[in-house]
Design a protein around this ligand. Structure first.
Ligand code: CIZ
Length: 350
């Protein structure tokens, strides 16, 4: 299958690598020096090479493509046809002529693919791979807000269930939030759900009247300003790239060299002359950055910034998905008809 942007990913560094919480880095912090920021290479389990070969054969047999999110572990990114953020993955799903999409990401992302590609079978390696942030809002809460703000516009972050999207006017990702909000008439009040920190960032950027829902991503909230300060002292030449979902946004926003989505970070590193970066987002992104830019050095802002939902997907489960054609992700047709509208509105704008 075509579209692999990442070349041969075999031998990627271990997920997470060194960080301020590991024994190695704790001693590094104490001694005032650090290893080179390339995660200690841990050999993959011996059966992975064979599994990867089998997955490649199965993909052809099933006429399948594998789409993997930037936060997935390196072994999964290795076998993917495309690795990216939810916006890039949604676009790839829509454009693909494959019969089957194995979506290695979390459930709301697979739902989006299923709604955009009603003629394809969308699989997810683990049905329990959900999203704590998406779970922080339910449809009824949006209906209640609308009763109080009948002229208001509801904008949802892509990290929401299809049932929630069905209640919303626009969908945004962290890549395109500002652009989408600028399309909404200036006099309109906006309810932004569910991420408080991304919403605060968009509010500051657009100066719009935005009501913020108080949801948050536990993985990003695990990145603490004190840890970032410590790392910046240790690596004064490193650029500090921060995801707007970070719980540290309100305190650290002014300190960040760049506030970017995951895809924004990948592109920014390419054009930046800097050779060292502190990355404040889920640690899975470091797999992609280290693979794509082996000459540059990346430090996770916190090695605890891991999404346990993303980690539910493994290479073994991806393989079993293609063997058994499991777990099929579908969206109730009535919900899909409404939920696809804010997504398509977004795709039409950006
Ligand atoms: O849109 C995505 O894929 C998420 C959840 C984060 C990002 O910035 O890529």
């Amino acid at each position: 299958m075509n579209g692999h942007t990442n070349g041969d990913r075999a031998g990627h560094p271990a997920r997470g690598g060194v960080g301020e919480g590991s024994a190695e880095t704790r001693s590094v912090l104490a001694n005032g020096h650090h290893t080179n920021g390339h995660a200690t290479a841990v050999a993959e389990p011996p059966h992975y090479a064979l599994l990867k070969e089998k997955i490649t054969i199965l993909k052809q047999e099933r006429q399948a493509i594998i789409l993997a999110h930037n936060y997935q572990e390196g072994a999964i990114q290795d076998v993917a046809d495309f690795v990216g953020d939810s916006l890039g993955l949604a676009r790839k799903a829509k454009a693909s002529d494959a019969k089957v999409i194995l979506f290695c990401g979390v459930h709301f992302m697979a739902e989006t693919a299923a709604m955009l590609c009603p003629d394809k079978t969308v699989l997810i390696p683990d049905l329990q791979a959900g999203c704590s942030l998406a779970d922080m809002i339910i449809p009824e809460q949006i209906r209640t807000w609308r009763r109080h703000h009948p002229d208001g516009v509801v904008v949802c972050y892509v990290n929401t269930s299809a049932a929630v999207k069905a209640e919303c006017d626009y969908c945004v990702t962290s890549t395109n939030g500002v652009t989408i909000l600028e399309h909404i008439p200036a006099e309109k009040e906006i309810l932004f759900v569910p991420d408080y920190y991304l919403g605060s960032y968009l509010k500051a950027k657009t100066k719009r009247k935005i009501h913020l829902w108080k949801g948050y991503c536990p993985a990003h909230a695990a990145i603490l300003p004190e840890q970032v300060d410590q790392l910046r002292e240790l690596h004064p030449d490193a650029e500090f790239l921060m995801h707007p979902e970070c719980g540290c946004t309100t305190k650290q926003m002014d300190l960040a060299d760049q506030i970017l989505s995951t895809e924004g970070m990948v592109q920014y590193v390419n054009r930046s002359p800097a050779t060292e970066f502190i990355i404040a987002t889920e640690t899975g992104l470091l797999n992609r950055l280290r693979t794509q830019y082996p000459e540059k050095t990346f430090f996770p802002a916190s090695e605890h910034a891991t999404c346990h939902h993303m980690q539910r997907n493994t290479l073994e489960k991806a393989f079993m998905s293609l063997v058994r054609m499991q777990h099929v992700v579908t969206v109730d047709q009535k919900i899909a008809e409404r939920a696809v509208k804010p997504i398509e509105r977004m795709l039409d704008i950006v």
